[in-house]
Design a protein. Sequence first.
Length: 94
Amino acid sequence: MAPQERTRRAAAIRDADEARNELSLTLDEAGVLLPSLGLDTVSLASDYLPPLVDLGRCDPGTARKLAEALREGCRTAELSARVREVNRRGGQRT
């Protein structure tokens, strides 16, 4: 592998690691711990695959906590979108 390609690969791995850390912190804030959260070793060793974040395995209780955190996030996003739409319409005269 050429030095330039190694530099690009190292940057991609750092990016995947930062994404994993960001996800871990966000899940922690939601009360969700994915014990196997990490980087996928096969993709790290590959010259062809991009580095992947491996969400790993968890027990059913953790899966339900994650599902609830996602549902809550969707409800919050839907509410925010509705508020923006109402505010946008409120500024228009009919």
